[in-house]
Unconditional design. Structure first.
Length: 269
C-alpha cells in the first residue's frame, strides 16, 4: 500500500514531467501537428474507401469517422515523448542514478507518463472537438453512463499501453539503440489494437488472435464502448479485461526489471 509520503513524491514526479513537456512545448507542438496531419490523411483515405458504399465491415461512414477520432485520442494520451523518456534513461546510463533513489523505477515512470498524458489528452480533446465541429455525422453517445464507461476504459487503455511500452523500453538493456524496438512495438500495437483498421475487418482467425492479446485493450475496447457496440454489462467485462492485462503487464514489467538490473551492464553507465 502506498503511503501518503510516497503518493506525494510520485505526484511531484508527475508534475515535473508535465513541466518538462511545457518547457519543450515547440517540439511537442510540432509532433502534435504531425499527428493531426496524419489524422487528416487517414480521414481522407477512409473517405475514399467509403466512396459509393454505405457500410464497410459492419461500420457506416458516420461510425468510422467517430472511430477515427476515438483512435486518435487513445493513441495521443501516451505518445512518443513518454516512450522515449523511458528508453533514453536506459541508453544514456542515467537509470543508474534512479537505482540510488528511494523510488520504484516502474512506478516513477508511470507517474511521468500520467503527468505528460494530462497535457497530451487535453490538447487531443480540444483538437477532436474542433474536428467534430466541422465534420457532419459524427456519432456521439446520448447516455452519460457511456461517457463514464468510456473515460474509465481510456484510463485502462493508458495502463495497458504503458505496460507494453515499458516492456519494450526495457529491451534497451540488451540493445545499443531504441529505434528498431520502438518501430516494431508501434507496428504491432497499431495493427493488433485496431488503430490501423477495426478488428472486425480482420480475417476471422486474426481477429480471434488479436482479441486474445493485450493490444486490443488500447483501441478496440474504448471504441467499442464509445460507439455503443457493447451494452453496459459487456462494457464492464471489457474494462475487466483491461484491468487484467494492466495488472499482468505490470507484473511482467517488474519481473523483467528485476532480472535486467541483476544481469545486464547499463550502456553508458
Amino acid at each position: 500500500m502506498m503511503t501518503a509520503a510516497q503518493f506525494k513524491m510520485y505526484r511531484s514526479i508527475a508534475n515535473r514531467s508535465l513541466q518538462r513537456v511545457l518547457a519543450y512545448r515547440i517540439s511537442y507542438i510540432i509532433t502534435f501537428l504531425a499527428n493531426s496531419i496524419n489524422l487528416l490523411a487517414i480521414y481522407f483515405l477512409w473517405q475514399g474507401i467509403y466512396s459509393g458504399r454505405e457500410v464497410v465491415g459492419g461500420y457506416t461512414w458516420d461510425q468510422m469517422k467517430t472511430y477515427l477520432l476515438v483512435t486518435f485520442l487513445a493513441n495521443s494520451v501516451l505518445s512518443w515523448y513518454s516512450e522515449s523518456a523511458i528508453s533514453g534513461k536506459i541508453l544514456d546510463g542515467s537509470v543508474a542514478v534512479d537505482l540510488l533513489k528511494p523510488v520504484d523505477f516502474q512506478t516513477a515512470r508511470f507517474a511521468e507518463t500520467l503527468g505528460s498524458s494530462l497535457l497530451e489528452g487535453g490538447m487531443s480533446t480540444v483538437l477532436l472537438i474542433l474536428f467534430a465541429t466541422f465534420l457532419t455525422g459524427v456519432t456521439f453517445p446520448g447516455s452519460l453512463s457511456v461517457y463514464v464507461l468510456f473515460a474509465v476504459s481510456l484510463l485502462g487503455a493508458i495502463v495497458v499501453k504503458f505496460g507494453v511500452v515499458y516492456l519494450a523500453a526495457l529491451l534497451c538493456f540488451w540493445s545499443t539503440g531504441s529505434m528498431g524496438i520502438v518501430w516494431t512495438r508501434i507496428a504491432l500495437t497499431n495493427l493488433l489494437s485496431g488503430a490501423l483498421v477495426p478488428l472486425a475487418f480482420f480475417p476471422d482467425w486474426l481477429e480471434k488472435l488479436a482479441l486474445l492479446l493485450p493490444f486490443q485493450a488500447i483501441i478496440h475496447t474504448p471504441s467499442m464502448i464509445f460507439l455503443q457496440q457493447a451494452d453496459t454489462g459487456e462494457s464492464l467485462q471489457l474494462i475487466g479485461i483491461q484491468l487484467f492485462w494492466g495488472a499482468a503487464l505490470w507484473i511482467a514489467g517488474r519481473a523483467m526489471w528485476n532480472w535486467a538490473v541483476r544481469q545486464v551492464t547499463i550502456h553508458g553507465g
